[in-house]
Design a binder for this molecule. Structure first.
Ligand SMILES: [Zn+2]
Ligand SMILES: [Zn+2]
Ligand SMILES: [Zn+2]
Length: 381
């Protein structure tokens, strides 16, 4: 007899009681709704998953030991704000212009930088790595698998061991819940293993395709294909009139059991501090910044003492949100928070007596400009 994988962390969910009642074995054909036993601890489990319910996921049990308190917020590092040089700005601008096939490089070569303003901003990111569990009734053709339903009480969904991946690596695993497997007659074929052929409606023959069932050709000759009878053998069922049942693969019996679906996922939220440069914040989504702060632990503590108050407030809010959102329906395994400094430089320049501007932003020195004065090289002589 297969032994269940019960985790040894001593967590017993009070919801999953240990009272046990023998499952009712259905003797005859049964519709799918009645096909499943009642398994203590799995009463709400639906066939094909609980997707119809808003919360298909099972709440994790209360931990037997108090949760470790988050570590104290680390001391604020020396927040250093870099600036870019005029040469770097010009070089980034030249690269940008050369990537646009029609842009003339004249404004880059001849333009005179008049002012460079730094508008650095911050991006706060919180990631929460969770494990969630849900169950569903499943079935597969019966091929002699172990029937263990009722041999012992089934372990609770959170008592079953699962192999967690490394932190922040999304993954899924399906585990057959021990002591839930039983045998049933296939509901699709009433246990026969075969179903009427859909092509010939069970007749085993169909009208001859050469003479359309008449038995003779246009010339009134007898049809050679069907020998004049007007019918030919159904190729779908080889003339049997029945086909193997797909559901039970012809076995007539199904193994019915509960599957536990374990899902590990990383939930991510970001906050970008408002700056006054005039560059749309959505452009910053495509660049990286300089990592000023990184903190990963079981539960992070909101960032405190950061110079930009809005970042500290966002951290406080998102850390609280994640706890409320993810601790109800899943287990939080790890959290990670980072603060990036995203450099933004607004470069003002003059070309042919008129002022223009462009932005250089991100570690990548990405450039954005809305008023490039020579967007078509053909018109510039
Ligand atoms: Zn024929
Ligand atoms: Zn057929
Ligand atoms: Zn069947």
């Amino acid at each position: 007899m297969q032994r269940p994988n019960v985790s040894n962390d001593g967590i017993i969910n009070p919801v999953y009681g240990l009272t046990f009642s023998a499952p009712v074995m259905a003797a005859g054909p049964a519709p799918p709704a009645n096909m499943f036993n009642t398994v203590p601890g799995y009463e709400g489990t639906l066939a094909g998953g609980g997707k119809k319910h808003a919360s298909g996921y099972l709440p994790p049990p209360m931990p037997s030991a108090p949760m470790p308190a988050p570590e104290q917020a680390p001391r604020s590092p020396d927040w250093h704000i870099p600036r870019i040089s005029e040469d770097s700005a010009r070089e980034a601008f030249a690269t940008y212009v050369s990537s646009k096939c029609c842009y003339s490089s004249a404004p880059v070569r001849e333009g005179v930088i008049t002012n460079m303003e730094p508008f650095n901003t911050y991006r706060y990111r919180l990631e929460t790595f969770t494990e969630s569990r849900s169950t569903e009734w499943s079935q597969e053709p019966f091929k002699g698998q172990v029937l263990d339903a009722g041999a012992q009480p089934a372990p609770g969904p959170w008592q079953i061991a699962a192999q967690a991946p490394a932190f922040f690596q999304d993954h899924k695993q399906t585990v057959k819940v021990p002591y839930t497997s039983s045998i049933k007659n296939c509901h699709m074929c009433q246990g026969v293993g075969r179903k009427p052929c859909t092509t010939c409606a069970g007749a085993g023959t169909k009208p001859c395709r050469m003479c359309n069932g008449s038995g003779h050709r246009e010339s009134n000759d007898r049809c050679m294909h069907c020998n004049g009878c007007g019918h030919e053998k159904c190729s779908s069922c080889s003339g049997n009139g029945t086909c193997q049942c797909d559901t039970c693969q012809g076995k007539g019996k199904l193994l019915v059991f509960i599957n536990l679906n374990v899902k590990w996922s990383t939930e991510k939220d970001e906050f970008v501090a408002q700056d006054t440069s005039g560059l749309a914040a959505k452009r910053l989504g495509t660049v990286t910044g300089k990592e000023l702060f990184k903190d990963a632990q079981f539960m992070v503590y909101p960032v405190a003492g950061f110079p930009d108050v809005s970042v500290a407030q966002a951290s406080e809010r998102l850390v609280g949100d994640h706890r409320v959102k993810y601790a109800q329906t899943s287990r939080i395994l790890q959290q990670r928070q980072t603060i990036e400094l995203i450099p933004i430089t607004k470069v003002n320049y003059m070309w042919k007596g008129k002022p223009y501007l462009y932005y250089v932003y991100g570690n990548e020195f990405k450039v954005y400009t809305a008023d490039y004065p020579a967007t078509c090289c053909c018109s510039i002589i």
